[in-house]
Ligand binder design. Structure first.
Ligand code: GLN
Length: 272
């Protein structure tokens, strides 16, 4: 059996089959083409068939290969963490622009650490803290920080619980999908940790808790930036405005959907 034979037999998307094969054979997809007619060992055929079968049953590619690229960096992922999404790169960009020189930022509910590590990787001057309620997630996040050689203070924390001191910026991509949302039972989401996706209620619980708790941890003028669902921008802006935040606004992702909303904490009128 050769690579070409196995590719012909695979009942999944050919690109995905190639990604899984390259992963199993520890080679690049270009090398797969070059080695197309090489005979595979029985072990290799077994391993690849196992991966193809798991993919057919819906397991996300990122969990099968154990990695996903985000903000130009490779991140280790396990089923203990949400798979980083391209739209979340906007959260990183907005944070990079708004964090003052040598500023202090915290990423609440860091999961794989994708946001915190990307921020720390670009802004070497900054002091980055990242929290998660899950020890398993923190272990993955630590691995990613070590791999990319960035220094991050990791804390096990239920949102703000374990935070100390004041920050210049707070970012979060919290669980915001409503329990009733059909997407939870579709595609990759079926395999991701439910606690990273949904609040088991209307989707606003974590977003509201963060908006309520943020002021006592933010320096005056500090930004709060929150990722949210495709239909939550108005609700998040309304809540920020009612709570007295300034510069309240939303930003659209590449699909044109308002995906991030945020505001500044108590900016003096003269600075606006
Ligand atoms: N953006 C993810 C999705 O819709 C959800 C991430 C989250 O709940 N924070 O698939």
């Amino acid at each position: 059996m050769t690579i070409r034979d196995l590719l012909r037999l695979a009942l999944i998307d050919p690109l995905e089959a190639r990604i899984l094969m390259a992963h199993a054979l520890h080679c690049s997809r270009v090398q797969l083409v070059i080695r197309e007619n090489d005979a595979l060992s029985a072990e290799q055929v077994n391993e690849i068939s196992g991966l193809l079968l798991r993919r057919m049953q819906g397991e996300p590619i990122a969990y099968l290969t154990g990695e996903r690229e985000f903000y130009g960096l490779s991140f280790a992922v396990t089923p203990d963490v949400l798979i980083p999404r391209p739209e979340t790169e906007l959260l990183v960009e907005l944070a990079i622009e708004r964090l003052p020189q040598a500023g202090r930022a915290v990423d609440l509910g860091t999961g794989s650490g994708a946001v915190a590590v990307s921020l720390a990787h670009t802004r070497r001057d900054a002091q980055i803290t990242a929290t998660d309620i899950s020890n398993e997630a923190l272990a993955v996040a630590r691995r990613n920080a070590e791999h990319h050689r960035v220094k991050i203070q990791y804390l096990r924390s239920d949102w703000f619980e374990a935070l100390e001191g004041m920050f210049d910026l707070i970012v979060s991509n919290p669980p915001y999908i409503a329990a009733s949302d059909v997407h939870l039972s579709q595609g990759d989401l079926r395999f991701e940790p439910p606690s990273a996706l949904t609040d088991h209620a209307n989707g606003m619980t974590a977003l509201s808790a963060i908006i309520e708790g943020a002021p006592v941890h933010l320096k005056p003028g500090g930004w709060l930036l929150l990722e949210h669902g495709y239909d939550q921008a108005t609700a998040v802006r309304t809540q920020l405005t009612r709570a007295g935040w300034s510069n309240v606004q939303s930003w659209k992702d590449l699909a044109g959907i308002e995906r991030i909303s945020g505001g500044r904490h108590q900016v003096a009128l003269s600075e606006k």
